[in-house]
Design a protein around this ligand. Structure first.
Ligand code: SIN
Length: 314
C-alpha cells in the first residue's frame, strides 16, 4: 500500500495544507506580491509588517545578497495596516489562512492597529513583530523583557483574534528562560523564531565599503549563516513553552532538509525569507517536494511523526 505524505499542520487553530509559507519581509508588501504567495504552494499568506500609516522605509541600497545569505535594512516599508486589512477579503479567495504582521512604531500604535484588526473576518491571526532591527532610534522590544510584558499586557486587553509574536534571536540561555516566562503569562498562539540577526555588517572589500546605506551599513543578517541560531531558538522555545503554542521556524531555509531540521527541533511550520527573495514563490513547491522525498525515505507520513523528536547524545 502507498501512502500520501502530508505536510499539513495547524497554526493558531488554522489548518494549513503545507507547513511552508513566507516570512514577513520580502515579497509580501503589495497585493500583487500577496496574490503570488496565495497562488503558490505556500500553506498560508503572511503580510509585510504593518505600521499605522504607509511608510517608504529606509533609503536604498537597503538589501544586499551574498553567497551565504543577505543583509537588509528595509526600515518597514509597507502600505499601512488598513491596506492589509482591506486585502483580507481577497486573501480569502485563496482558501488558505491569512496572517497580518504588525510592527507599530510605538506601543500605542501597536494597540491601535491590533484593536482595528481584532475580530475582523478573514484575518486568521496576527503576528506581532517584537524584533525589527532596522528602524533608526527604535530598539528591538524583544530584547527588553519587562517592556515586552508591558506591551503584551496592553495588547491582550483588546485582542480576540489569535496572536503570536516574532522574536529576535537569543544567544544566552537565561534570556530564553526570561522571554519564555513572559510569554507563559499570555494566551500566545504561536512564536516565530527568529527575525534576522540584527546589526551585522557586510563589507565590499574592493570598494572598502559597507554594502547598504542605512545605519552606516548595519543591518539584519538572514540566510545560511543564521540557521544554527534559528534552530537553537526553535528548540529552546519548543522545550520551554506549552505544546499548544506552535513554534514557527524562520532562518536559513532553502531546502527540504532545512525544513526537516526545523521540524525536528519542534517547529510546526516554517517561513522562508532570503530564499523567497532569491527564487520567487516557486521555492514553496520545490522545497515541499524535497521535504516529501526526505520524509518518504524515512517512513514519515506526516510532520507530527518527527516534530520535536530531536535526539541528544548520551
Ligand atoms: C524591515 O522592514 O526592516 C525588516 C522587517 C523586520 O526585520 O522585522
Amino acid at each position: 500500500m502507498t501512502y500520501e505524505t502530508s505536510l499539513a499542520t495547524v497554526v493558531a487553530g488554522c489548518p494549513l495544507s503545507s507547513c511552508l509559507y513566507n516570512a514577513s519581509g520580502p515579497l509580501c508588501t503589495t497585493a500583487a506580491e500577496l496574490d503570488a504567495v496565495g497562488s503558490s504552494e505556500a500553506g498560508a499568506i503572511l503580510s509585510k509588517s504593518a505600521t499605522l500609516e504607509k511608510r517608504q522605509g529606509n533609503p536604498s541600497p537597503r538589501y544586499f545578497e551574498t553567497t551565504w545569505g543577505s543583509i537588509n535594512s528595509m526600515g518597514l516599508p509597507n502600505e499601512g495596516y488598513r491596506y492589509y486589512l482591506d486585502y483580507a477579503k481577497r486573501a480569502a479567495t485563496f482558501n488558505k489562512p491569512y496572517f497580518i504582521s504588525v510592527s507599530g512604531l510605538g506601543f500605542e500604535d501597536n494597540v491601535a492597529i491590533i484593536r482595528a484588526l481584532s475580530g475582523q473576518e478573514h484575518v486568521s491571526a496576527i503576528e506581532l513583530n517584537l524584533s525589527c532591527p532596522n528602524v533608526p532610534g527604535k530598539p528591538q522590544t524583544g530584547y527588553d523583557f519587562e517592556q515586552s510584558r508591558v506591551l503584551l499586557e496592553m495588547i491582550f486587553e483588546h485582542v480576540t483574534t489569535p496572536l503570536g509574536v516574532k522574536l529576535p534571536p537569543y544567544f544566552d540561555l537565561p534570556h530564553f528562560e526570561m522571554m519564555a516566562a513572559v510569554l507563559r503569562d499570555f494566551p500566545i498562539a504561536f512564536v516565530t523564531c527568529i527575525n534576522s540577526i540584527g546589526n551585522g555588517l557586510v563589507i565590499d572589500t574592493d570598494q572598502e565599503s559597507v554594502v547598504i546605506k542605512p545605519k552606516s551599513g548595519f543591518g539584519g543578517i538572514g540566510g545560511d549563516f543564521i540557521k544554527p541560531t534559528a534552530l537553537a531558538n526553535v528548540r529552546k522555545f519548543y522545550t520551554l513553552l506549552d505544546k499548544d503554542v506552535a513554534i514557527i521556524g524562520c532562518g536559513g531555509i532553502k531546502s527540504g532538509m532545512d525544513v526537516f531540521e526545523h521540524i525536528l527541533c519542534g517547529a510546526s511550520a516554517v517561513q522562508v525569507g532570503t530564499q523567497l527573495m532569491r527564487e520567487g514563490v516557486g521555492c514553496f513547491a520545490r522545497i515541499a517536494a524535497e521535504l516529501r522525498e526526505i520524509m518518504g525515505g524515512k517512513g514519515y507520513r506526516d510532520i507530527d511523526s518527527f516534530k520535536g523528536k530531536l535526539k541528544t547524545l548520551e
